[in-house]
Design a binder for this molecule. Structure first.
Ligand code: DAT
Ligand code: MG
Length: 153
């Protein structure tokens, strides 16, 4: 089912410390996406090195892992039609100065090394990262009472 597309979203330690958790969750909720998993964790170095393995040769890799490991992360799975494409638009660009006002990074952060939120750029990476951060039993499946007011079929 197309509405069953999923994205892994993580509010990074800076987003958490800056009390942006409610604001970020609100944006996904109000858009109409469904929250199907969420937890507050301090991620291990091993998990973060695996999560960012595609960036392991970049000069900022060690700093990135250290920053992500430095505090609480709110890990979430959101579901909905085109949630990956739309979620990336909602996040804004990787580099905050390239992000438009109205996007999360455009509204709330300044530097790429403190860009407050993570979200996948493809359905394939979403499924991979959901598997890395969550066990299948951590997903909560429920019928949304607003489903027919958000989708026309
Ligand atoms: P995104 O998080 O938008 O998917 P990415 O996957 O290219 O971006 O990089 C992952 C994270 O790495 C990014 O959110 C912040 C950090 N990063 C990327 N480029 C960086 C740079 N030039 N300097 C410092 N950190 C960087
Ligand atoms: Mg990325």
């Amino acid at each position: 089912m197309a509405n069953g597309e999923r994205i892994f979203i993580a509010i990074k330690p800076d987003g958490f410390q800056r009390s942006l958790v409610g604001e970020i969750i609100k944006r996904f909720e109000q858009k109409g996406f469904r929250l199907i998993a969420m937890k507050l964790i301090q991620a291990s170095e091993d998990l973060l090195k695996e999560h960012y393995i595609h960036l392991k040769d970049r000069p900022f890799f060690d700093g990135l892992v250290k920053y992500m490991q430095s505090g609480a992360v709110v890990a979430m799975v959101w579901e909905g039609l085109n949630v990956v494409k739309t979620g990336r638009v909602m996040l804004g660009e990787t580099n905050p100065p390239d992000s438009k006002p109205g996007t999360i990074r455009g509204d709330f952060c300044i530097q790429v090394g403190r860009n407050i939120i993570h979200g996948n750029d493809s359905v394939e990476s979403a499924e991979k990262e959901i598997g890395l951060w969550f066990q299948p039993e951590e997903m909560v499946y429920y019928k949304s009472c607003s489903q027919s007011w958000i989708y026309d079929e």
